[in-house]
Design a protein around this ligand. Structure first.
Ligand SMILES: NC(=O)c1ccc[n+]([C@@H]2O[C@H](COP(=O)([O-])OP(=O)(O)OC[C@H]3O[C@@H](n4cnc5c(N)ncnc54)[C@H](OP(=O)(O)O)[C@@H]3O)[C@@H](O)[C@H]2O)c1
Length: 322
């Protein structure tokens, strides 16, 4: 396993992380605690240190965090626990009285719940899940800065911010002497490269580490799907068949041939491509089985693309243009 710093910070994370939105999710092998324990232990044993959850992940509010906390148990200090707040609609229970999702009032309640469910006295990386159009960014940062000063949170990050929002937050933190966001989490994969337009250049400029979500496009880039084969025991077959139905199969088949010529799997090529991108800190792929997490951990160091390789890949999955 390789380890990278999370943006301009002293926080080291494994190049392969584990996305935890499958924990406690109905219909998956990680729905129950035993399945979760198997994946978490396999991940730690394979050198993975970054575990990315959120208060809303799982079949019910908080379940992914509860499962993660129980699975880590006495191994909690070996890992970096990341979670998120502020995705949920602030007009529905249990948030009815919490107010705007970026507000001091909301985050004070959200953080206590996450700490309890995770069974820990501090969250290593606490992320605002989505931007809040109501709360001024000054208040978002002040409220998070208080949590850092109290030791409840060690580092802060954001998710689903645009490039200008990342820049604004960094400059406001500078002006006000507040804790800076050290990470950005946005959708990014071979088929969703929009972050390259504004977000990734801003992240690189401001020293913010990038954590791509849906990095395998929900599993499409693991090599187990073909134009005609859709394994039934998969999230894509169960919940999102349109992702495979609408995929550009001519290009994916050319990409598979490229992998075959180099003697690597599509999974290894996809990790290699992701980890070659600017500001990339950790590929937080989800996994439902121990063998998946072991393959994902090994893929972090399996292959490094050359400039010619990257140009070929751009030909099939082009970079976005304005
Ligand atoms: N910030 C946000 O708004 C946001 C939004 C979404 C997700 N996220 C984060 O991003 C993380 C990653 O996203 P994701 O898990 O949804 O999507 P993903 O990483 O693109 O795909 C993960 C899925 O691919 C399959 N898979 C993974 N490794 C495999 C392997 N080695 N071999 C075969 N299949 C494999 C598994 O599904 P099957 O076994 O079912 O095929 C797994 O659940 C999430 O867990 C979460 O932490 C954040």
């Amino acid at each position: 396993m390789d380890y990278r710093t999370l943006g301009r910070s002293g926080l080291r994370v494994s190049a392969t992380g584990l996305g935890c939105n499958n924990l406690g999710r109905s219909g998956t092998a990680t729905e129950d605690q035993a399945g979760t324990d198997a994946v978490i232990n396999a991940a730690i044993d394979a050198g993975i240190t970054l575990f990315d959850s959120a208060d809303i992940y799982g079949a019910e509010y908080g379940l992914s965090e509860t499962r993660l906390g129980a699975a880590l148990g006495s191994r909690r200090d070996e890992v970096v626990v990341a979670t998120k707040y502020g995705h949920a609609d602030f007009t529905s229970p249990p948030f009815t009285h919490w107010g705007a999702k970026g507000s001091r009032r909301y985050v004070r309640q959200a953080v206590e719940g996450s700490l309890t469910r995770l069974g820990t006295d501090r969250i290593d990386l606490y992320q605002l899940h989505t931007p809040d159009p109501i709360t001024p960014i000054d208040e978002v940062l002040e409220a998070l800065d208080e949590l850092v000063k109290e030791g409840k949170v060690l580092y802060i990050g954001h998710s689903n911010f645009s490039g200008w929002q990342l820049a604004q937050a960094d400059l406001v933190a500078d002006m006000r002497g507040l804790t800076h966001f050290v990470s950005a989490q946005n959708e990014y994969s071979l088929l969703k490269r929009g972050a390259e337009l504004e977000l990734l250049p801003a992240a690189e400029e401001f020293g913010v580490g990038f954590l791509p979500y849906f990095p395998l496009y929900n599993g499409l880039f693991t090599g187990k799907f073909t134009r005609t084969e859709r394994p039934s025991d998969t999230r894509i077959a169960r919940q999102r068949p349109h992702l495979a139905d609408e995929a550009p199969w001519d290009e994916i088949e050319a990409y598979q041939a490229f992998c075959d010529e180099r003697g690597i799997t599509m999974l290894e090529a996809t990790f290699g491509w992701l980890l070659a991108q600017p500001a990339m800190s950790s590929v937080i792929a989800g996994a439902t089985k121990p063998e998946q997490v072991r393959q994902n951990a090994a893929a972090a160091t399996a292959w490094t693309p050359t400039d010619d390789d990257l140009a070929l890949i751009d030909g099939w999955f082009p970079a976005p243009t304005l």
